[in-house]
Write a protein that binds this ligand. Sequence first.
Ligand SMILES: [Mg+2]
Length: 276
Amino acid sequence: MSLARKPKGFMFDLDGTLILSNRSLGNYDAIPGAAEALAELDRLGIPWIALTNGSAYAARVQAPRLRAAGVPVPDDKLFTPNSVAAKVIKDGGYQRVLVLGTQGVVDALTELGVTCYSPAEGADAECDAVYVAWHPDCTMPHLHLACERVLAGAAFLSASDVPFFATKEGRSFGYSCAINGAIARVTGVEPQTTGKPSATAMAVVAEALGIAAEDVGVVGDDATAEMLMARQGGAIGIAVTSGSTSADEWASQPPEKTPHLVIGNIGELVAACGLG
Ligand SMILES: [Mg+2]
């Protein structure tokens, strides 16, 4: 398998592609070859960014943790669903957002100029959007409040609707996906996701790289997150087997989630794409 055209820039997933964390997101290990691949792209002058569907931390908090683990991602090259959500919230003209997420999620959005409420603060407050993100402490009152707001007409946004992500302890499930399911079941309203595989996320990636979407190599370990985004966005999907999807599983994807190229891990990327 080889690529019909060479990417002019890259978007990297984090979990399963550049790093593996533990389930509580407390510590990270670099995937072998990650630092060398990023350094090689820098040497070649090929632009790259990282876009995680993890929303637990602001980029300025998470990027230093990646660097401490040996993955040299500058703050300004790390994007999260919160970055994309802030743009969606501003573009949509939403004034007050009920956030089902950790303090890290609230901090990230607040820094980006969004007025947020937590369920505890927002029980009596009006809001015109609900944003569901990394929220390990979700309770039934939180779900109740979110459902009431969505039924009253608030927009329903979510960082991620992808069911699983890769960790050192194996496959873990995305809390926002589970919460989205509960709210959607009750309200009949499906969330607009701001992370991968949304078209909004793809547009933010291409803009950040300064290239057309069709020239972006979208590198990741998840069929629904990265490969679906690449296929829907007309980009180049490059799958790795270092995360939650095996080579056999990549070989049996439906066309809309089929990678253009499958490699073992990020360390093989530059050579496999015919660069350098
Ligand atoms: Mg991943």
